[in-house]
Design a protein around this ligand. Structure first.
Ligand SMILES: O=C(O)C(=O)Cc1ccccc1
Length: 321
């Protein structure tokens, strides 16, 4: 099996993928997996859809910056991708260069846009004159600097993980330069085939919905369908659909599994109401936190209600004919 990730080795996405093979419920046997680096989530997604890779790890949400639009948009655009697992990685950055150098002498600092956003305060204070350049990943910034000709490496530094700096043999000029300590990024592992991992009792379900156009209170109505079935959300984000100004889809994480009657009932209601509901998958929560379900939202209660109605329906007289 071939699993894609934003490369090269030692990116945060690579760390998320390695984490997915550890712990009590590994997503696969690492001995059976070839890890394939990509330079963007978009190219990796094309290869996933074409069948060149079997799965792909991609960042979806950051505790500081919020949703990762590239991933959210890819997920919203296709029905043939399923999320099968999530991972959370603690994010901390170092500033690294080829040789020890005074911060005042730095002219260019390269990194991935997510990393740039998370260290911008530190860079403004400590290296205000340096230009910030974009790399395809934090580890790519470290690797490119390590491999550059000496005259091209002069005055340059990379923002990356300590692991990447050490792996590519760079000098760490400053450690822990993130503006928010303890920031985390959540990643999802997506596959092409529509097989849904079984319910564990500590699960999440991800959907993307488009609401009926120009209907006052449509979002409220949709949320009421979740609330009426005791379904809690752990993320909701709006993303432009792209065809007209003002048209948005909503990317939503729900607490629970498709196998939970309450989640299934909420999805049925959303399907009745919304022109588009993309079901993106149900998968185990990485924190293992089990969902507390009130008695009136328990599977048995839904089943009893269903049986009750079946009994009543059985009493309806056949039409006279
Ligand atoms: O560039 C990386 O290392 C990535 O995996 C993308 C990223 C960058 C910064 C925070 C989280 C993910």
């Amino acid at each position: 099996m071939r699993y894609g990730f934003l490369g090269p080795e030692t990116t945060f996405t690579h760390q998320a993928l390695l984490q997915a093979f550890e712990g009590p419920t590994p997503v696969a046997d690492p001995a059976e997996v070839t890890m394939v680096p990509f330079s963007s989530v978009a190219t990796a997604t094309t290869d996933l859809l074409a069948g060149d890779i079997d799965a792909l790890m991609a960042p979806i949400e950051n505790s500081v910056e919020g949703g990762v639009s590239g991933t959210l948009d890819v997920l919203a655009a296709t029905d043939s991708i399923t999320i099968v697992a999530e991972q959370v990685v603690l994010i901390s950055f170092v500033l690294a260069a080829r040789e020890p150098i005074a911060l005042e002498e730095l002219t260019t600092i390269s990194s991935h846009p997510h990393a740039q956003a998370q260290v911008q305060g530190w860079l403004r204070t400590h290296v205000p004159a340096a230009r910030v350049a974009t790399s395809s990943s934090t580890a790519a910034a470290a690797r490119d600097l390590a491999e550059a000709a000496p005259e091209q490496a002069r005055g340059r530094a990379a923002v990356c993980s300590r692991l990447a700096a050490e792996h590519f043999g760079l000098e760490i000029l400053a450690d822990g330069i993130e503006d928010t300590a303890g920031a985390q990024t959540r990643f999802v592992l997506v596959t092409r085939e529509g097989r849904i991992p079984a319910r564990t009792g500590a699960d999440k379900t991800t959907i993307v919905v488009q609401l009926p156009h120009n209907r006052s209170g449509a979002l409220l109505e949709a949320l009421e369908m979740l609330s009426a079935n005791g379904v809690n959300m752990s993320r909701i984000e709006s993303r432009p659909i792209g065809d007209f100004l003002g048209r948005y889809s909503f990317s939503i994480d729900l607490e629970g599994h498709l196998e939970d009657r309450r989640v299934a009932a909420a999805l049925r209601s959303l399907h009745r109401m919304c022109p588009v509901v993309h079901y993106l998958g149900s998968y185990p929560r990485v924190d293992g936190e089990r969902t507390e379900v009130r008695e009136d939202f328990a599977d048995e209660t839904y089943d009893e209600a269903h049986e009750w109605l079946e009994r009543l329906s059985g009493m309806i007289a056949a039409p006279r004919g």
